[in-house]
Design a protein around this ligand. Structure first.
Ligand code: ADP
Length: 417
């Protein structure tokens, strides 16, 4: 029945009004969100995996890199962003209908449920529709201004808040899922992935937090919990792996002190790891490379596209193949001589026979390395993967560019054991 006719019935008329109000709200949200270039949700299957820590430090790393960032904490029952940024004494200011975010730094604006509630007990009575209403208000009425990135910290799981934001946020880039090695529960992450897919929200990738511990004295890495599970799981689920962040006591201290870790420790092992995640994300966002799920990327790869794998340590080619920290996987178009997709995933380890099978599963066609034992080389070639040895200790992108240009100079196989 046309809406005009139905308006004689009060119930229908209220429904029509509600629908019209919803449309108006959505238009207002779109107007505000039009000024935000990239919107990224941070999700986790469980609490305590460091989701808020990751959200705060991703936002800080982007702000330090000169981007205009908004951090939106929609965790109603346990907002931790105010504590992590020492903003617990702040309250949101409103002028008319407009809410002003708190400026943590010039480049980082913050909105949190915690800046709205007088006490945590207040949140207990909040139910789905009220949560939806307040989240809508944060998108519609907050004067974010022009932003390069909006990072949304959602509560763990797939409840009302992530559901509301996923439904309300127009043109979201997608979600980042945080997990930890000891809790790499395929079921949890699979639930998050299923949630995203149901809502047509792209999974930008998985971050493995608390992945190994780097000794502050000797610099050696200890895998307290078995690390690398996040990368394996991402490969299993055909979603990109964005990187792993080690355990660092300074992360706990800075969280408690209310200062983002990245402001103080960007040069540390964990700081570099955060920056690598940001690099992977910004590459996706700038569309310099197209990141899609491994499944999609494999499906899309045609005869011209080749995946090159390179062992990496400290951001450069690792001379000793099996001793690398991670593998860079670069998808290239050999005819166009372009790098179309680049990502890094932690090495699953150097047990005999593991790497050839694993790199084959990752879809590698070519390996470029400093050196490799002859048995390993035979195994790779048995899987149809060609091996180029004696490459210089440059960055993976530089080596692959040289390879594409036909000017990669290779030397001796420097590690033939
Ligand atoms: P979540 O948002 O998933 O519930 P939080 O971000 O609140 O988790 O983190 C839980 C605790 O773990 C905090 O005390 C935080 O400081 C700590 N933490 C998070 N990541 C790390 C890390 N990589 N190393 C050490 N401590 C960490």
């Amino acid at each position: 029945m046309p809406e005009e006719q139905s308006s004689s019935n009060p119930k229908n008329s209220m429904r029509v009004q509600a629908r019209q109000q919803n449309n108006l709200d959505q238009q207002d949200i779109e107007l505000r969100m039009d000024k935000v270039k990239h919107k990224i949700m941070v999700l986790s299957g469980k609490g305590g995996v460091g989701k808020s820590t990751v959200a705060v430090n991703l936002a800080s790393a982007l702000a330090i890199a000169g981007k205009k960032v908004g951090l939106l904490d929609i965790d109603i029952h346990g907002p931790s962003v105010p504590q992590m940024l020492n903003l617990t004494a702040e309250r949101l200011k409103t002028t008319g209908d407009v809410i002003t975010p708190v400026n943590f730094t010039e480049n980082l604006k913050v909105i949190s449920m915690g800046l709205l509630l007088e006490s945590r007990d207040e949140a207990v009575i909040w139910r789905g529709p009220l949560k939806m209403k307040i989240i809508k208000q944060f998108l519609k009425d907050v004067d974010w201004g022009e932003l390069d990135y909006m990072i949304v910290d959602s509560p763990p799981g797939t409840g009302d808040e992530p559901l509301s934001i996923a439904q309300l946020l127009p043109g979201a880039d997608g979600a980042v899922i945080v997990t930890t090695p000891q809790q790499v529960s395929v079921a949890d992450v699979r639930r998050c992935v299923g949630f995203c897919r149901k809502l047509s929200l792209k999974v930008l990738g998985v971050i493995e937090n608390m992945s190994g511990f780097v000794c502050p004295n000797c610099g050696s890495r200890i895998d307290i919990f078995r690390s690398g599970g996040g990368a394996r799981m991402a490969a299993e689920m055909s979603i990109p792996f964005l990187g792993s962040i080690p355990i660092d006591k300074a992360i706990v201290d800075t969280c408690d002190e209310g200062e983002p870790y990245m402001l103080k420790f960007a040069g540390s092992e964990a700081g570099r790891a955060f920056n690598l995640v940001v690099e992977n994300l910004t590459r996706i966002k700038q569309r310099e490379v197209e990141v899609s799920t491994a499944e999609q990327s494999i499906a899309k790869r045609d005869n011209r596209t080749v995946r090159i794998a390179l062992p990496v340590i400290g951001g450069r080619l690792c001379a000793h193949f099996g001793h690398c920290e991670s593998f860079a996987l670069l998808d290239v178009d050999e005819q166009e001589k372009t790098i179309n997709h680049s990502t890094q995933i932690p090495s699953p380890g150097h047990q005999p026979g593991v790497l050839p099978v694993w790199l084959h599963e990752q879809g590698a066609n070519i390996i470029i390395t400093g050196g490799m034992g002859s048995r390993a080389r035979d195994l790779f070639e048995g899987h149809g993967i060609s091996v180029i040895m004696g490459a210089p200790e440059e960055t993976p992108e530089r080596i692959v560019q040289l390879y594409l240009e036909g000017s990669l100079v290779t030397g001796e196989n420097i590690c033939d054991h």
